[in-house]
Design a protein around this ligand. Structure first.
Ligand code: SF4
Length: 194
């Protein structure tokens, strides 16, 4: 295995810090960079997508049966060194209402931005995952997903849906380099103002 130079290690550390702060700047209530090894794939949870069947099942290219499930994630994970996790604090009543579309739109938009930023900075394998159906979030007014129906490019560069990969984080996982964790003090406010 090729040894990394000091500059390469520094570039990664800088990127992780920048991505954590970018997530906060764009509306996340907390963000952290963690080692990818702390991510655990939970295979059985993906069965919930089709039993009981989700109302969004099969409606977009980022949902099953059009995406690979936990097995693919298990194969992919060892290729990654780090992950950025971010959260948006949402009251349960909002999450259970139609307003959740707005929250999930912010979630997907941040995830996509982080992926594009990492790719631009030279990490071409960066991959964004976000929960929620992109059909419901971005293409609600469209008759169908054009990726599924016509094989055309996505209208919105939607991230892949992380629910189908079903991962969780090991307990007592520490942020990369003992840092890179940011909490935003203004929870419950940002998504209302967009
Ligand atoms: S075209 Fe719309 S529904 Fe299809 S993958 Fe893109 S955002 Fe999702």
């Amino acid at each position: 295995m090729k040894m990394e130079t000091g500059n390469e290690i520094q570039a990664k550390t800088d990127l992780l810090n920048d991505l954590v702060h970018l997530a906060i700047d764009e509306g996340a209530d907390g963000a952290v960079a963690i080692p990818a090894a702390a991510i655990v794939v939970v295979p059985g949870l993906a069965d919930l997508c089709h039993d009981p069947k989700c109302e969004n099942y099969g409606l977009s290219a980022s949902c099953p049966p059009y995406v690979s499930g936990p097995q693919m994630m298990q194969r992919l994970l060892p290729r990654f060194e780090h992950a950025i996790f971010f959260k948006i604090d949402v009251p349960t009543d909002i999450l259970l209402s139609n307003e959740r579309r707005h929250v999930f739109k912010i979630l997907h938009t941040i995830a996509s931005l982080l992926e594009r930023t990492a790719v631009k900075r030279g990490f071409s394998d960066a991959m964004a995952l976000a929960g929620g159906s992109c059909k419901e979030i971005f293409c609600m007014d469209q008759p169908n997903c054009q990726v599924v129906e016509q094989g055309s490019p996505c209208r919105h560069q939607a991230p892949r849906c992380c629910q189908i990969f079903h991962v969780r984080i090991r307990n007592q996982c520490l942020p990369v380099n003992g840092g890179c964790r940011v909490e935003n003090g203004s929870s419950h406010t940002k998504y209302h103002s967009r």
